[in-house]
Design a protein around this ligand. Structure first.
Ligand SMILES: C[S@@+](CC[C@H](N)C(=O)[O-])C[C@H]1O[C@@H](n2cnc3c(N)ncnc32)[C@H](O)[C@@H]1O
Length: 186
């Protein structure tokens, strides 16, 4: 994809046990749909491991990190912040402004998604509070639609580097090849 400043996704809040799959899926969705990095709270070690393992096998570049203080990350973020929330402005109304700012900026963009109730200081810290519909649904769905709008679909054509394996798209059936097949001239 064309080089624009970094897009990082912060998962704010993680309830061990209950949120394991959701936090993992926030990371996998961030990776698959074009973000550069995901940051999880430091009690989400299992999700961190899973996302790192998928990146090792299916390629990157993509980083996943843990933080002891997600709120400090927001407070000290040197760039713009989007907070995804059902109470926010409609994504279709603000996506153009966010995209232009991201293209013009040299600073990274932080996309924040919650788990449970998000405190008001996050709404205030955000440059944009963005709703993907104003209906309650999921952080994974909201993130996927937002990233696809931000990148205007270009993320779907992304090339993956340092992958061990590659899925070959098929009309029917499942085919996964070793990425080394290219090196062997196959
Ligand atoms: C299950 S919801 C919990 C939200 C919680 N009720 C609150 O008031 O913050 C978890 C996260 O999903 C995301 N989310 C849910 N619905 C959304 C929507 N319509 N648009 C954007 N993000 C949404 C938000 O990031 C939210 O923090």
């Amino acid at each position: 994809m064309q080089e624009f400043p970094e897009v990082a996704v912060l998962r704010l809040g993680h309830r061990p046990g209950r949120d394991e799959r959701m936090t993992t899926h926030v990371g996998l969705t961030a990776r698959a749909l074009g973000a550069d990095r995901a940051v999880f709270p430091d009690n989400a070690g299992q999700s961190h491991e899973t996302v790192a393992d998928i990146t090792d096998r299916f390629g990157g570049p993509f980083d996943v990190e843990l933080t002891a203080s997600p709120k400090a990350l927001i407070r000290n973020w040197d760039g713009r912040i989007v907070h995804l929330t059902m109470y926010g402005e409609r994504v279709q109304d603000v996506e153009g402004e966010i995209r232009s700012a991201h293209h013009d900026d040299e600073d990274p963009l932080l996309v924040v998604v919650g788990a449970e109730k998000v405190s008001f200081d996050v709404y205030e810290a955000a440059d944009w509070n963005v709703g993907v519909t104003n209906q309650p649904h999921s952080e994974v769905a909201g993130l996927a639609v937002f990233l696809d709008r931000l990148f205007e679909g270009r993320e779907l054509d992304r090339e993956w580097v340092d992958a061990d394996r590659r899925v070959i798209p098929m009309e029917t059936g499942k085919r996964v090849e070793s990425a080394d097949a290219d090196d062997d001239g196959e």
